[in-house]
Structure formats: structure tokens, C-alpha cells
Ligand binder design. Structure first.
Ligand SMILES: Cc1cc2nc3c(=O)[nH]c(=O)nc-3n(C[C@H](O)[C@H](O)[C@H](O)COP(=O)(O)OP(=O)(O)OC[C@H]3O[C@@H](n4cnc5c(N)ncnc54)[C@H](O)[C@@H]3O)c2cc1C
Length: 97
């Protein structure tokens, strides 16, 4: 990660920007928390052509679902960073990757 990203202090640091991490990021960013999501880009359902059972999104391409999720979370101020997390620490005022 770049120095600017490492130096950032977040209220919530989310490791993984799959469906779970992005859902959490959306909810927490809507609650005005400073949210950083770091994602390594290896969602487990990458081989699937379509995701099923999601209300209103039946059959959506899984990568499109994540793209929408990133945009949704970012629209409330969450920052999505493409990288692998190897460590994180509590710092004064929050959490830093
Ligand atoms: C083949 C297949 C088909 C599926 N089909 C459906 C379906 O039709 N409908 C449905 O509801 N569910 C389906 N699922 C289940 C669904 O994919 C999972 O429930 C969902 O992806 C789980 O989301 P997640 O965010 O927990 O994990 P993931 O989607 O696996 O995302 C985890 C993310 O965290 C990142 N990560 C992990 N460690 C680090 C680290 N140290 N630093 C940075 N990033 C990290 C990974 O790179 C990845 O991007 C399917 C699963 C599979 C395998």
C-alpha cells in the first residue's frame, strides 16, 4: 500500500471487500464512520457466471455485484483500496492498516 493509505486512520478498517465487507462498509459509512476497505480481489465466487437468491438482483454477474457494492459504499465516503492486508493496529483515534 502507498504511504498515504498506510498513514490513514479509520474508525473501521475492513479486511476484504467481498459481499460481507462491502455490506458492512455501506452500513458503517451511512452511519458516518470513516471506513477503509482493503481488498485483495479474490472473491470465492469468481468462477460463477451468475449469483442467485439475491432479492431484486437474481442472476446478476458476481463481479458486477461487487462493482455495484464498491460504488454504493464509496458513495457514502468509504474508501476501497486494492491490496492485501498483512497487519493492522489500533492507533490514537482509530485503526490503521
Ligand atoms: C462457486 C460459488 C457460487 C456461489 N453462488 C452463490 C449464489 O448464487 N448466491 C449466493 O447468495 N451465494 C453464492 N455463493 C456464496 C457467496 O459467494 C459467498 O457467500 C460470498 O462470496 C461470501 O462473501 P465474503 O465477503 O464473506 O467472502 P468473499 O466473497 O470470498 O470475499 C472475500 C474477499 O476478501 C479478500 N481478502 C481475504 N483476505 C484478505 C487480506 N488479508 N487482505 C485483503 N483482502 C483480503 C479476498 O481477496 C476477497 O476479495 C457462491 C459461492 C461459490 C464458491
Amino acid at each position: 500500500m502507498g504511504a498515504d493509505q498506510v498513514d490513514q486512520v479509520w474508525d473501521v478498517a475492513i479486511v476484504g471487500g467481498g459481499a460481507a465487507g462491502l455490506s458492512a462498509a455501506l452500513t458503517l459509512a451511512r452511519a458516518r464512520r470513516r471506513v477503509g476497505v482493503v481488498d485483495g480481489g479474490r472473491p470465492r465466487n469468481a468462477p460463477a457466471r451468475a449469483a442467485h437468491g439475491l432479492l431484486g438482483l437474481e442472476g446478476i454477474n458476481p463481479l458486477e455485484l461487487l462493482d455495484r457494492g464498491r460504488k454504493d459504499a464509496a458513495s457514502y465516503g468509504a474508501r476501497i483500496i486494492s491490496a492485501d492486508v498483512t497487519s493492522a493496529e489500533a492507533v490514537p483515534g482509530g485503526v490503521s492498516f
